[in-house]
Ligand binder design. Structure first.
Ligand code: NAD
Length: 361
């Protein structure tokens, strides 16, 4: 039996509630797919500041580095929203963790479920069928370049090396082969030298993948096309700042933050998996949180860290079935929805459909 060590970081707010549910689903997977997960829980964020005066304590770093993958819920909350200079913030723990794991690419799948199409701000006929993946470069570019400020000017430097671009673009092409085999590069090559380098590298690497369709869009056009024809995209690859903006635009298309998962991939394991939403302090402890983004993040972990493709598909199918059968947590429910359920019931339903599907196949 294959065994995997998983670092579990529940964090703050709704984090512990949704983490518990994801672990329940993973335990069901373990039973069905003959794998074993050894979970080790550690503190991050506000809860870690309270206990250790550090948002990412040494013990947590050790647990993460010794694991095969890291599953994180969310950090932050009003209790730690101090504006005092030098005060430690829960969110610093996240940045430190990404640095520690050296994750260079952030993957954000956005899938629009037909049954939830009314939650999208776009027209149903435009958004129908949308199922895309944004691969955002995460450790280079203008956010990390040399920056400075003088009395009457300021500057930020956008710098990319060929190898930084290559690893990200190659990852996007590889991922497209697990999907619909299309990669769109988003750049600003009409203005930026860094973008011209991205384009050159992209075109070079595309030759290694002649069975993958390619498309290149300038970022301003991409922002428009994402809302005009979202369903035509498969994998979108882009630099850090463009990816930051476009991934939030794409998330909005789905209309439900409680359903969106992410993966951060590094040169070596462990990789990091987390929902894109925050700690939702407004609903923490009330049993109302939607656990699906966390459960879907664990599906990404099975696929990208452990190569357990069938198990990952099974979780995603079970989530789809739950939605098709009309079950909703309050964040995705409309007035017409009758089966409004809480956090625990939602994950129990996912597990029920997992078993049901397994029996059928
Ligand atoms: P948020 O994502 O926590 O919440 C925004 C809204 O969405 C809230 O109304 C919340 O109730 C709802 N929501 C979010 N996730 C939900 C879920 N799973 N189920 C049901 N409803 C859900 O964003 P925010 O309110 O801006 O931030 C709250 C705290 O989270 C802040 O301290 C912020 O810094 C932190 N934050 C953390 C992360 C992270 O850990 N990656 C990301 C974003 C924000």
């Amino acid at each position: 039996m294959r065994e995997f060590k998983v670092a579990i970081l529940p964090g703050d707010g709704i984090g512990p509630e949704i983490t518990k549910e994801a672990v329940k689903v993973l335990n069901a997977v373990s039973e069905l797919f003959n794998v074993k997960f050894n979970f080790i829980e550690a503190d991050i964020g506000g809860v870690a500041i309270d206990k250790y005066q550090e948002p990412l304590p040494e013990e947590t770093r050790k647990v993460c580095l010794e694991s095969d993958a890291v599953l994180l819920a969310a950090v932050g909350g009003p209790k730690w929203d101090s504006t005092k200079p030098g005060a430690k913030r829960p969110e610093d723990g996240l940045l430190e963790l990404r640095k520690l794991l050296n994750t260079y690419a952030n993957l954000r799948p956005v899938k629009v479920y037909e049954e939830l199409i009314a939650s999208s701000p776009l027209k149903p006929e435009v958004v129908s069928g949308t199922d895309l993946l944004i691969v955002r470069e995460l450790t280079g570019g203008i956010y990390f370049g040399n920056k400075g400020r003088e009395k009457d000017f300021a500057f930020d430097t956008n710098l990319y090396t060929v190898s930084e671009i290559e690893r990200c673009v190659r990852l996007a092409f590889r991922l497209s082969k697990l999907r619909r085999r299309k990669v769109t590069l988003v750049d600003k090559a009409n203005v930026l030298e860094t973008s011209r380098l991205w384009r050159e590298v992209f075109l070079d690497i595309s030759k290694e993948f002649d069975d993958v369709e390619t498309e290149i869009l300038l970022v301003d056009n991409a922002a428009m096309q994402l809302i005009r024809r979202p369903s035509t995209f498969d994998v979108i690859v882009t630099e850090n700042m463009f990816g930051d903006i476009l991934s939030d635009e794409a998330a909005t298309i789905s209309g439900s933050i409680g359903l969106l998962a992410s993966a951060s991939i590094g040169e070596s394991h462990p990789y990091l998996y987390e929902p894109i939403h925050g700690s939702a302090p407004d609903i923490a402890g009330k049993g109302l949180a939607n656990p699906l983004a966390m459960i879907l993040s664990s599906a990404l972990m099975l696929r990208y860290s452990f190569n357990l493709f069938d198990a990952a598909d099974a979780i995603e199918n079970a989530v789809e079935k739950v939605i098709q059968n009309g079950y909703r947590t309050p964040d995705i429910a409309t007035k017409a929805d009758k089966a409004v359920v809480g956090t625990q019931e939602m994950s129990n339903l996912v597990i029920e459909f997992l078993y049901e599907d397994f029996k059928k196949n």
